[in-house]
Design a protein around this ligand. Structure first.
Ligand code: HEC
Ligand code: HEC
Ligand code: HEC
Ligand code: HEC
Length: 389
């Protein structure tokens, strides 16, 4: 324990300021456009920008304006706070039974972070909010965990030498893969919740760049049609669900679990078809995909990963990108974060650092995304792309 977690959180953690954000000008403008009244009192905003605790369960020191505090992530602490660090400490297992969350487990941590960073149940950054000015949500569990752990240049917690070694071997890859499955689950749930009875489905459950892009083709070339199956899994112009994490998951699974990869790809295609052609068929297609993802989470969280597997996953991502399987900005963003996770320690040479910076520079402007340029730069990272000038 560093024993400085409170200071680190209050001074350097973006979550400490999440409530204050609701009091800033950008939130005021959004709230006005949405006719919400003050954002800081709107349940739709508080759901993700503060800790939501029913009145009856609030202790004397609970303050909504604390933002997202220790207990929002580590779990309600009344059962374990006094015993987890005092003279006769409870074991970690006893604390877990008393409500401490096992955030070292990728699936548990993924469910926590993704609950807000993708959405869940009544926590939804819906299309109306996005169009009113909310930033688009984008998330990758390993990348964001590291960004957060070191935010403001201060470590929230320090990893042991043993944890660092495990991370270099398989840990980061497992966190990435598990996060993809958990994020995909959240997207499927949102699609299902958003199909409802309204004339139009809830747009935020779909891939933003399925609608928001120029009428030029995503590969910049209008003469040769891209295979439709690559772009949407459906006929030209079909709406794509938010499949960016799913596309990466399918690519990665092909390396170790080709049967599961094929099944998953078929279930995604079935859901895409249902969402476009037969809304009545969505619940069944979503349930089948959901079941498959639920069974993948523990498999991926435990799966042994060798250096050769990481290489093969990186090569598969490169190949998929080259053949147009990541046609839009949201999926390219996932592919870029995945590549950095998979490069691991080897991504720290100055040459590769420059290539990584160039790759992310292509992602600076989501409205000017160039798929072919992205694929070429991605290839350079693995030594198979365009030569450096
Ligand atoms: C209760 C909802 C909630 C949970 C749980 C949550 N976050 Fe966040 N997170 C937010 C909000 C809201 C912000 C934006 C804060 C602001 O700027 O006001 C944020 C900001 C961040 C940022 C900074 C993003 C940026 O662009 O600067 C990172 C990184 C991050 N979160 C990672 C995580 C990780 C990793 C977890 C899980 C361990 C997690 N978050 C759990 C709601 C949440
Ligand atoms: C599903 C969870 C969720 C809901 C609901 C939500 N937010 Fe957010 N909000 C986030 C997350 C996560 C971020 C950080 C995004 C990032 O940087 O990756 C964020 C970022 C923001 C930012 C930008 C913060 C910055 O530092 O630039 C503003 C402003 C904001 N939210 C306001 C609102 C308002 C106002 C509402 C209600 C109308 C709302 N949010 C509802 C999750 C949510
Ligand atoms: C955004 C979510 C989030 C918030 C807010 C947060 N933590 Fe954490 N914390 C984590 C995660 C994730 C870990 C890493 C758990 C792991 O891998 O074992 C962690 C690790 C820790 C550890 C190290 C545990 C260990 O076994 O080494 C301590 C101590 C800790 N947090 C205390 C706090 C305190 C105190 C606060 C409030 C001031 C707080 N945390 C706020 C998510 C959070
Ligand atoms: C089914 C198509 C569709 C999808 C998917 C979609 N949008 Fe939109 N979006 C629209 C339409 C239609 C408008 C209204 C345009 C207008 O007013 O002229 C809009 C407007 C917006 C606006 C307001 C600015 C503007 O261009 O008018 C933002 C910001 C926005 N959407 C963000 C998003 C984000 C972020 C996502 C993904 C989470 C998303 N949209 C997904 C169709 C879509």
């Amino acid at each position: 324990m560093l024993q400085n977690e409170y200071v680190t959180w209050s001074e350097f953690d973006p979550h400490a300021g999440a409530f204050r954000t609701l009091q800033n000008e950008r939130s005021a403008v959004m709230a006005r456009r949405l006719g919400l009244g003050p954002a800081e009192r709107a349940p739709a905003c508080l759901a993700c920008h503060s800790e939501v605790v029913p009145a009856a369960a609030r202790g004397a020191r609970f303050q909504q304006d604390d933002g997202i505090g220790c207990e929002a992530c580590h779990g309600p602490a009344s059962g374990w706070l006094a015993t987890h660090d005092d003279g006769t400490p409870a074991t970690h297992e006893q604390s877990l039974r008393a409500g401490l969350r096992a955030l070292n487990e990728p699936a548990e941590r993924g469910a926590l972070c993704i609950g807000c960073h993708v959405g869940s149940g009544d926590r939804l950054a819906n299309h109306t909010m996005l169009a009113a000015g909310h930033p688009r949500l984008s998330f990758e569990l390993d990348t964001f965990s590291e960004l957060w752990r070191t935010s403001g240049g201060r470590e929230h917690y320090r990893r042991s030498a043993e944890d660092n070694a495990r991370r270099a071997e398989e840990g980061a890859t497992q966190v990435w893969l598990t996060g993809l499955a958990v994020a995909s689950l959240a997207s499927v749930d949102q699609l299902q919740a958003g199909v409802g009875g309204a004339a139009l489905p809830e747009f935020s459950a779909f891939n933003c760049y399925s609608c928001h892009r120029s009428m030029g083709r995503p590969d910049g070339d209008r003469s040769e049609p891209l295979p439709n199956a690559v772009v949407s899994g459906g006929p030209p112009g079909a709406l794509r669900l938010n499949d960016s994490a799913l596309r990466l998951l399918v690519t990665a699974l092909r390396v170790q679990y080709s049967g599961e990869a094929t099944a998953l790809a078929e279930q995604v295609a079935a859901l895409q078809r249902a969402a476009n052609e037969d809304r009545g068929a969505v619940p069944e297609a979503a349930a089948a995909l959901r079941k498959q993802l639920v069974s993948l989470v523990p498999l991926l969280a435990q799966s042994p990963i060798r250096a050769a597997d990481r290489q093969a996953m990186l090569a598969a991502i490169l190949k998929a990108s080259g053949s147009g399987a990541y046609p839009d900005y949201a999926t390219a963003e996932q592919a870029a974060m995945a590549a950095v996770v998979l490069l691991g320690d080897t991504g720290t040479s100055p040459r590769q650092a420059a290539d990584i910076a160039a790759l992310f520079a292509v992602l600076d402007d989501d409205t000017a995304f160039d798929q072919q340029r992205f694929a070429r730069l991605l290839g350079r990272l693995t030594g198979k792309g365009e030569p450096r000038k």
